[in-house]
Design a binder for this molecule. Structure first.
Ligand SMILES: NC(=O)c1ccc[n+]([C@@H]2O[C@H](COP(=O)([O-])OP(=O)(O)OC[C@H]3O[C@@H](n4cnc5c(N)ncnc54)[C@H](OP(=O)(O)O)[C@@H]3O)[C@@H](O)[C@H]2O)c1
Length: 273
């Protein structure tokens, strides 16, 4: 980790989370630099984490062997076009976390032989509890892939995909997924409230139940369907609820919703390219 010199372009939420995660893992603050045109964002980062900052993107990348593009997708073309001459001088691996920006679009701006890792993180990365999928182009060496994995693992789980197109499925699953669980929790909270529970109690029970269920799924090695069977006594209350979900084709509803997210991700990728 000590051989990494990382420049963050964009000092917003995601950059801040990754920096926090890296420092927690023992990365020296002196190895990290962030740039952003907005002084408040830079001041917040340097006060919170002690990393060096710059208002100039080219200065930030000057001695970096890893550059993380953490700006909004809409401004990515302008950022990469301006950075290309500096990056082409020393060829760091470029990690993009911007939704929908393809490797091909990045190569067109940064040079066709640039080492690029495109990632799809999700919002729980802000709590170092994210799920990220990564795709590396053929110009990314094994040590550079290792660097990307080390960095994204600092904010949660990180997994490789072999086909860049699969990032659209990842977007539909883990990228948008936190919102699906928020919606389900909203619905459970509302139903509990309509059954007479105080809203605060209904919310607290819902959230703790979601957390407990997620931990049981994450920390054991029992399959999800088996975990479900274990809490479903024949003829009991859980079975009654699950039968009702089946009658409403809950699985079909989830599959259609994720297909809609997948279609939109593909469409947005075309718009951004
Ligand atoms: N948040 C998530 O959970 C999440 C999940 C998956 C992917 N992503 C991706 O991560 C990227 C960053 O998201 P975020 O939530 O961290 O956004 P954010 O908080 O808005 O951070 C982006 C930062 O970049 C700054 N910026 C604007 N123009 C710049 C320039 N020319 N050079 C350098 N920095 C510039 C922005 O300043 P201003 O705010 O003042 O414009 C802001 O501080 C996005 O591409 C997003 O698609 C985010």
């Amino acid at each position: 980790m000590n051989d990494l010199k990382i420049a963050f372009i964009g000092a917003g939420n995601m950059a801040s989370s990754i920096i926090g995660g890296l420092l927690n893992q023992g990365m020296p603050a002196g190895n990290l630099c962030a740039s952003d045109p907005y002084p408040e964002a830079l001041q917040r980062l340097s006060e919170t984490y002690g990393v060096s900052t710059s208002a100039d993107n080219a200065t930030a990348v000057a001695d970096a062997n890893v550059v993380i593009l953490a700006v909004k997708p809409q401004i990515m073309p302008a950022v990469t076009r301006a950075l290309a001459p500096s990056l082409q001088q020393h060829n760091p691996v470029v990690i993009s976390i911007a939704a929908g920006i393809t490797v091909s679009a990045l190569q067109q701006q940064l040079g066709m032989t640039a080492a690029i890792v495109r990632c799809m993180p999700n919002t729980p990365a802000l709590l170092q509890c994210g799920a990220t999928a990564m795709f590396a182009n053929e110009h990314t060496s094994q040590p550079q892939r290792n660097h990307a994995e080390t960095i994204l693992s600092a904010v949660g789980d990180a997994h490789w995909v072999r086909d860049e197109n699969l990032l659209d499925a990842v977007t539909a699953l883990s990228g948008s997924g936190p919102a699906y669980f928020f919606l389900f929790m909203e619905a459970m909270t509302a139903a509990g409230t309509s059954m007479g529970l105080k809203p605060e109690l209904s919310r607290a029970l819902t959230v703790q139940t979601a957390l407990g269920a997620a931990r049981m799924a994450a920390e054991g090695d029992v399959e999800l369907d088996e975990l479900r069977r274990r809490v479903t006594s024949p003829g009991g209350t859980t079975a009654a609820a699950l039968d009702s979900f089946a009658e409403s084709d809950l699985r079909g509803v989830v599959a259609s919703a994720m297909q809609a997210a997948l279609n939109r991700s593909i469409e947005m990728g075309r718009e951004e390219s």
